[in-house]
Ligand binder design. Structure first.
Ligand SMILES: [Fe+2]
Ligand SMILES: [Fe+2]
Length: 277
């Protein structure tokens, strides 16, 4: 039996066991962008979750950050790395767990690539909060975890409708179910109470011109997604490079030179971080 579009939307609405964001991470996410949060607040929050604290320390001690002496406590990590980096690391560790548990390590690699590239583009654009687009990039395809793992028959049907892989996945999903992985991700972002600056890039990463409140963040994640697909780093489930929105490309404003620099920086950073999760 196949699922109709209406059933499908209902199932999304009723889904009981969503991938959950641990309580600590939920609190941290709501703190993103809040300027008055102290290093002690963040440090003591993360330390309440020992597994997470251990992961943050492992990342903080990776050669990427190159600290000469060992960072042994989360508050110390917050002081030397900065609040925003530690928040990013925490979310990174969580997204990794969700995708690894779902058997989607290739999607994780793709997502990490998009996160890193988004952050580099964010810095290039002088964004106030480049770590925000890092997190948005990390979570942009999170809807796939539900579409392709929670409901394997959905994934099978979508793949059968696109045997040669020459159409973008979101288009085929939309056609069969009237819902794409981006919609599912946006819905998940709602359920997780993520801020608009994260929700819109997740929801609109395949149609960036639809973003209302976070058009720049959405454009950045859209462009990063396409660059990372072009770099063949990880695999989000198809080989096709989705169409680039000219409007988003112009918002991001890369020249040939800055583009090459951003890609090189992203590749370096990807290699340095990805073994430490
Ligand atoms: Fe996508
Ligand atoms: Fe993607």
């Amino acid at each position: 039996m196949s699922i109709s579009a209406t059933d499908f939307r209902q199932r999304i609405g009723q889904l009981g066991d969503l991938p959950t964001l641990p309580h600590v991470v939920q609190k941290l996410t709501s703190m993103i962008g809040r300027p008055n949060v102290s290093a002690e607040d963040i440090g003591s929050l993360i330390e309440k979750d020992q597994v997470l604290a251990a992961k943050v320390l492992r990342l903080a001690n990776s050669p990427f950050y190159g600290f000469p002496s060992r960072i042994a406590s989360v508050p110390h990590a917050v002081v030397v790395l900065g609040l925003n980096v530690v928040k990013g690391l925490t979310l990174c560790a969580t997204a990794y767990d969700i995708m690894k548990d779902a058997g989607m390590v290739q999607l994780w690699r793709h997502s990490l690539g998009v996160a890193i590239t988004s952050q580099i583009l964010g810095k290039h654009l002088d964004m106030k909060n480049p770590e925000e687009v890092f997190v948005a990039g990390l979570l942009h395809d999170i809807g796939k975890v539900i579409l392709y793992v929670k409901w394997p028959e959905v994934g099978t049907k979508i793949r059968a409708a696109n045997p040669t892989g020459d159409r973008p996945m979101f288009e085929v999903e939309q056609e069969l179910y009237e819902v794409s992985h981006a919609d599912v991700g946006g819905w998940l972002a709602n359920a997780w109470h993520l801020p608009t600056a994260l929700r819109e890039p997740i929801l609109f990463h395949h149609q960036p011109s639809a973003a209302q409140e976070a058009p720049l963040q959405t454009a950045v994640v859209h462009v990063a997604d396409i660059l990372v697909k072009g770099m063949a780093c990880g695999n989000p489930g198809d080989d096709l490079i989705p169409p680039l929105s000219r409007q988003a490309w112009e918002l991001v404003g890369l020249t040939d030179e800055t583009l090459a620099g951003c890609i090189a920086a992203a590749a370096d950073e990807f290699l340095a971080i990805h073994d430490y999760l």
